[in-house]
Design a protein around this ligand. Structure first.
Ligand code: MLT
Length: 272
């Protein structure tokens, strides 16, 4: 068995049949696979086979030994798919999940039927952003990770959600307060070390979908367009879907719109 936990939506009674081409979803930092619950519920009702995996140190997945790396997480995803006998998938990741999905594409492109990048970016961090990540990792290593990530609430959710959806704001506050130190430390160190993935996107031979909340201040319109541009580089097939009124957490701020985009992309990639 691999070290990465994969969950199924509660509304889907069975794991995707061996050999099928399901949608696999990877969560953002510092959350876990439960952030996909609403989207997965909708996709389950529409007959889209979907699983979500916890990144190392989050949810039910233990932290991986050794230097934190998104490549290590990508290998753990590959092992989960081997365990489930799923040789090909449509892989989607939100933010940190997108970084892991791009690491997977760099190493296992032939296992992809399509790639979805939500609220993420293909470039590297600035020196200041990297230094901040290491500061947060060190706080988590002292047992103070939750204090260090609490302020993220101001930038994770769009201004529309913050003004009009108190339940969604509360939910994310609770998730930030419960985020595990092991995952916070692993995630920040792994993200700080990530390379540029533009060449990976340029070389991708399967369709790509980029999704962005119109109010996302962490992954900008320019970041999204740069990924689409790279995906189109060698005559590739890519589109950008912008979700109005959502911020960085499109999947929890507007699950219906995200499920719509994922369903039509999955059907196009799999001919289902
Ligand atoms: C996330 O939502 O996963 C993070 O904001 C990603 C990041 O810190 O770059």
């Amino acid at each position: 068995m691999s070290d990465l936990n994969a969950t199924e939506p509660t509304s889907t009674p069975a794991a995707p049949p061996a050999g099928s081409v399901p949608l696999v979803l990877l969560h953002g930092f510092p959350f876990d696979s439960t952030m996909w619950e609403d989207v997965m519920g909708l996709l389950g009702e529409r007959g889209v086979p979907t699983i979500a995996a916890d990144a190392p140190g989050f949810g039910a997945s233990p932290a991986l030994p050794g230097e934190p790396s998104l490549d290590g997480a990508a290998e753990a995803i590959a092992a989960v798919l081997d365990d489930l006998d799923l040789p090909r998938v449509v892989l989607g990741g939100l933010s940190m999940g997108g970084y892991i999905a791009m690491a997977f594409a760099a190493r296992h492109a032939s296992r992809l039927a399509g790639l979805v990048l939500l609220d993420t970016k293909a470039g590297t961090d600035t020196d200041a952003a990297r230094a901040n990540r290491l500061r947060v990792a060190e706080a988590a290593e002292r047992g103070e990770g939750n204090e260090a990530v609490a302020g993220m609430i101001e930038v994770l959710l769009g201004e529309t959600t913050r003004a009009s959806e108190p339940d969604v704001v509360d939910l994310h506050r609770r998730w930030l307060a419960a985020a595990p130190d092991a995952g916070i430390s692993w995630g920040q160190r792994a993200m700080a070390a990530r390379p540029s993935r533009f060449e990976v996107l340029e070389d991708l031979e399967v369709p790509g979908l980029v999704v962005r909340g119109s109010e996302d201040v962490l992954s900008t319109q320019e970041d999204a367009e740069a990924m689409v541009h790279a995906l189109l580089a060698h005559g590739g097939d890519a589109e950008l879907v912008v979700i109005p009124g959502a911020g960085h957490m499109t999947a929890t701020e507007d699950p219906e719109a995200v499920a719509d985009a994922l369903e039509s992309f999955w059907r196009r990639c799999t001919g289902s």
